[in-house]
Design a protein around this ligand. Structure first.
Ligand code: AMP
Length: 437
């Protein structure tokens, strides 16, 4: 990586602003998937160990857009759903963020006369929360921070200026710190105030450990992969993935497996009946172009041979697995079939680099998660046999987690859109803005 990283600079005693990606699913105040928080912990812990005063900032959802939509539809809007407070509670409960010095045998709590009242198990006084991300109160709170303490700021996107990359807002964020660290790989494809604008107003802007790790894995896969290099792409829309497909073919991935609804645009372009399966008609010529491009570059493009379908008139009782060419106009394809699973598995055998993004079926609806789970297992098996595997995108990562395979994948990327843009060969604004080595 040609960008400076947190370990290249001195952060001792400094106010360090870490842009993290805590955009996690939260339901009834509870965090449903903590992958992104865990991903940021090495950087946070490193900064604490170095004696920094740590300021954490993140976005969560799209509060302003959602509010506007709710108002337009005259629906109620609950702004509290966009608060990072549940993340604060989560961080406070993390053993590595608790004040270890107060966990010993010393009685910590005393009354006004100085009499010990009992032994405190844990004194959670290391992590704090600010109700906003800018303003006089936040500034004052930051100035009170001691070395090794952490202050989580409220959701950046409660201010429209964040996404507008507003200079004045970026400057206010910059004024909170002496060092800026970007560890939010998942937001690095956006030029927002906290990911890009802020770097104009700080002296030092570097990558965090997660950002560094993400970039190292992805750039190796993109520029210098160990071969055979096999990519698996799935998901709903081929339109979202065209730049990645082209970039992977251009860089001569050895095999490109395409599953999910995306595959139907290819089938229909080749004259197959795909029934009511999802197709992007306008992209059919592009699909043929991609097939030709793959052929010219000797990239093996592998599409499903069978699929799980339901009759659109009786979706609950009609599930069956059939060859693609047996599809009639009443059927809708929702997952890859058993034969395709075997073909994809075989294609992964002996792979040295594997890249997977996107589910190969309608993963959220059981039993149409079967194909995606089988791919998760196949990727884990190939990793055990020596492949370096990189998995990105919400559903593919969820499949890995659901199958309990997190430890069997070389790198689980925290980025969805950012991963795809990077693999398409695009520069990420949040990375570009960092100091050169
Ligand atoms: P993407 O955001 O493009 O990665 O697409 C993810 C979505 O694709 C998920 O919500 C899946 O349910 C959906 N998907 C994958 N395969 C199919 C399919 N055969 N039919 C309908 N939706 C699908």
């Amino acid at each position: 990586m040609n960008k400076k990283a947190i370990k290249d600079i001195d952060i001792k005693d400094k106010r360090v602003f870490i842009r993290v990606d805590f955009n996690v699913p939260i339901k009834d105040g509870k965090i449903e998937d903590d992958t992104r928080i865990r991903g940021a912990m090495p950087t946070i812990e490193y900064a604490i160990q170095q004696g920094s005063k740590v300021i954490l900032a993140s976005h969560l959802g799209r509060p302003l857009e959602d509010k506007k939509k709710a108002e337009e539809n005259k629906m109620p809007f609950d702004e509290s759903k966009y608060s990072l407070k549940p993340v604060y509670e989560y961080l406070r409960a993390m053993p590595q963020l608790q004040d270890i010095s107060s966990r010993g045998d010393e009685p910590v709590f005393t009354n006004e006369q100085g009499t010990a009242l009992g032994k405190a198990e844990v004194k959670n006084d290391k992590v704090f929360f600010a109700n906003d991300c800018v303003g006089a109160n936040v500034k004052e709170r930051v100035n009170q921070l001691k070395a090794g303490e952490v202050l989580l700021l409220e959701n950046l996107r409660l201010h429209a200026e964040e996404e507008a990359n507003d200079d004045e807002f970026a400057k206010q964020l910059a004024e909170l710190c002496e060092v800026y660290v970007n560890d939010a790989f998942g937001a690095a494809h956006r030029a927002h105030a906290s990911t890009a604008g802020i770097t104009k107003f700080v002296d030092t802007a570097v990558a965090g450990l997660l950002m560094e790790k993400e970039l190292n894995f992805l750039s190796k896969a993109l520029n210098n992969p160990e071969r055979p290099f096999v990519a698996i792409l799935g998901g709903a829309k081929v339109s979202d993935k065209i730049p990645v497909i082209e970039s992977l073919i251009e860089r001569k991935v050895d095999k490109l497996l395409i599953g999910g609804a995306m595959a139907y645009t290819f089938f229909k372009a080749n004259g197959y009946t795909v029934g009511k399966s999802l197709v992007e008609e306008a992209l059919m010529p592009k699909a043929l172009e991609i097939e030709k491009m793959a052929k010219d570059k000797s990239v093996e493009l592998i599409l499903p041979t069978d699929h799980q379908v339901v009759d659109s008139y009786d979706p609950l009782n009609s599930r069956k697995t059939i060859p693609i060419e047996f599809t009639n106009k009443g059927l809708v394809g929702l997952d890859i079939g058993v034969e395709t699973i075997e073909i994809f598995k075989r294609a992964l055998e002996g792979a040295k680099t594997i890249l997977w993004n996107g589910p190969v079926g309608m993963f959220e609806e059981k039993p149409f998660d079967e194909g995606t789970i089988a791919i998760a297992q196949a990727v884990a098996e190939a990793t055990e046999k020596g492949a370096t595997s990189i998995v990105g995108g919400g559903d593919s990562v969820a499949a890995i987690n659901q199958a309990g395979l997190e430890d069997k994948i070389s790198h689980i990327s925290t980025g969805g859109g950012a991963t795809l843009e990077f693999l398409s060969g695009d520069a990420l604004p949040g990375v570009e803005a960092l100091d050169e080595k």
